[in-house]
Design a protein around this ligand. Structure first.
Ligand code: SF4
Length: 247
C-alpha cells in the first residue's frame, strides 16, 4: 500500500504541473527499480576512467576528479554523454559562489532555464530566490544546480540512465564546493541522491549525502501550485538557518 501511495503522490505532482509523463508499466518499473540499480552501480563514483561509456571524458581530461570548476564547466558545456544533448538549447551547468555554505539541488532545467542556460530562472526560480533571500542570503551567496544539466523533452523526469550519466558532474561540483548543507528540492533529487521516495513525508528531516548534512524540502514549482506547503517549507529552511547560525 505504501508503494501505491508513493506512485500516486508522484503522478499527482506531475499532473498538476501539466508535465508529460509516460505512465507505462515499463516506466513505473524503471522508476522503482532505480534505487536497486543505484545501489548496484557505481553511481557515486567520480572516477570516470573506468566507465566505458565516458570515452569523451577520458579523451578530454582522463579524470573528472582532477578538474577544477572552470575545467569542469568547460567540459560539461560540450557534453554529449546522453541523448539529451540532441534536444537541449543550452547546458545548465549551475551557478553561484564556488565556496557556498548552501547548495540547492533541483531536478532538471525547464524551458526558460534551457533558453537562458541558467538554473531556476522561471517562475519557480523567482520563488527560490525569495526563499534564499528570506534565509538572509542572496542567490550569489549560494550555489544552485540540478540533478541533470540538459532539459528533458516535455519537462519529463530524467530517466535513471540520464541521471546516472550526469550525476558524476554534480558529484564533482559538490566535492569542489564542499557546502555545509545540501538542500534537495523535491522528489527527484531526494530519490536520485538518497534513494528515498515520499517528499511529503520526508521533508524537514536531516539526512546525509556523501558526509554532508542534507535537507529535503518541496520544489518551488510545487509550492506555487500548493501555497499551503509554503509554511512547512519555511520551517524546513529555518532548520538550515539554525544549523548555520543564521538565527
Ligand atoms: S544531461 Fe548531463 S550527461 Fe546528458 S548530455 Fe547533458 S550534461 Fe551530458
Amino acid at each position: 500500500m505504501k508503494l501505491i501511495d508513493e506512485i500516486v503522490e508522484v503522478l499527482e505532482e506531475k499532473k498538476k504541473d501539466s508535465k508529460y509523463f509516460d505512465v507505462s508499466e515499463k516506466t513505473i518499473n524503471e522508476f522503482f527499480d532505480f534505487e536497486v540499480q543505484k545501489q548496484k552501480s557505481d553511481i557515486n563514483s567520480t572516477d570516470i576512467s573506468v566507465k566505458s561509456g565516458y570515452r569523451q571524458a577520458e579523451s578530454v581530461s582522463g579524470n573528472i576528479n582532477e578538474m577544477n570548476m572552470d575545467h569542469l564547466r568547460q567540459f560539461v558545456l560540450s557534453c554529449k554523454e546522453c541523448k539529451l544533448c540532441n534536444t537541449r538549447t543550452h547546458v545548465v551547468f549551475g551557478e553561484g559562489t564556488p565556496s557556498a555554505d548552501i547548495m540547492f539541488i533541483g531536478e532538471a532545467p525547464g524551458q526558460e532555464e534551457d533558453r537562458q542556460g541558467k538554473p531556476f530562472v522561471g517562475k519557480s526560480g523567482q520563488l527560490l530566490t525569495k526563499m534564499i533571500q528570506a534565509m538572509g542570503y542572496s542567490r550569489e551567496d549560494v550555489y544552485i544546480a540540478n540533478i541533470i544539466k540538459c532539459r528533458p523533452p516535455y519537462n519529463r523526469n530524467p530517466s535513471p540512465e540520464e541521471a546516472k550519466c550526469c550525476l558524476i558532474f554534480l558529484n564533482r561540483q559538490i566535492e569542489l564546493i564542499k557546502p555545509k548543507v545540501i538542500v534537495l528540492l523535491g522528489a527527484v533529487p531526494l530519490h536520485v541522491l538518497l534513494g528515498l521516495n515520499g517528499i511529503t513525508r520526508i521533508h524537514g528531516q536531516w539526512k546525509e549525502y556523501n558526509g554532508i548534512k542534507t535537507m529535503p524540502t518541496f520544489h518551488p514549482a510545487f509550492l506555487l501550485r500548493d501555497p499551503n506547503r509554503k509554511r512547512p517549507a519555511w520551517e524546513d529552511l529555518k532548520k538550515i538557518m539554525k544549523f548555520l547560525g543564521k538565527k
